[in-house]
Design a binder for this molecule. Structure first.
Ligand code: IMP
Ligand code: MG
Length: 173
């Protein structure tokens, strides 16, 4: 599966340190609260699995699936293809995403979830490519900021490939 087009960007040990740090930040901020983590499928599944295992308190987990269509217009269109079943109203919600790129996906999801009146709503993303933003959007918890590179592995795919690579690689054209 690995090939000459892949260059290592984030190693296993760096992924571990990132998850340890975020786990501590989330523990500090959510201990004693009724936390619901919403993982965005498919890309967020490995990161979410690593994060929840660092939280020393009960946490409810749910999954949401979004489809984004780019290129037809500058704002990008996002569809909700599989919704959560958890009641959101009055709960502390943390959305877990693999990568924040243009900001369209999370802008859409944040406003959808806000309509359901959570007690609080925050965003945790493993990677952030700030230079790619087309809408103003900041995540509350960021694993690592990276340059404008297309990355795969650790849940992230290119045409559904490479999600199961245990580390993050740059996919060279
Ligand atoms: P946004 O709506 O442009 O912020 O896009 C976020 C989504 O685009 C992510 O959830 C990923 O599915 C996908 N994406 C953006 N950049 C990358 C990348 O470098 N590798 C793999 N998927 C990416
Ligand atoms: Mg994704």
């Amino acid at each position: 599966m690995k090939n000459d087009n892949l260059t290592s960007l984030i190693t296993k040990s760096e992924i571990n340190s990132i998850c340890d740090r975020l786990g501590s930040e989330l523990t500090r901020d959510y201990q004693g609260k009724d936390l619901v983590i919403i993982c965005i499928l498919k890309g967020g599944f490995i990161f979410a699995a690593d994060l929840v295992r660092r939280l020393p308190f009960n946490v409810q987990l749910d999954f949401i699936r979004l489809a984004s269509y780019q290129g037809t217009n500058s704002t990008g269109k996002v569809d909700l293809v599989h919704d959560v079943t958890t009641k959101i109203e009055g709960r502390h919600i943390l959305i877990v995403e693999d990568i924040l790129d243009t900001g369209n996906t999370l802008t859409f999801l944040k406003s959808e979830i806000e309509k359901r009146k959570p007690a609080s709503l925050k965003i945790c993303t493993f990677l952030d490519k700030p230079s790619r933003r087309t809408v103003t959007f900041e995540a509350d918890y960021v694993g690592k900021k990276i340059d404008d590179l297309f990355v795969v592995g650790y849940g992230l795919d290119f045409n559904e490939k490479f999600r199961n690579l245990p580390e993050v690689f740059v996919l060279n054209p």
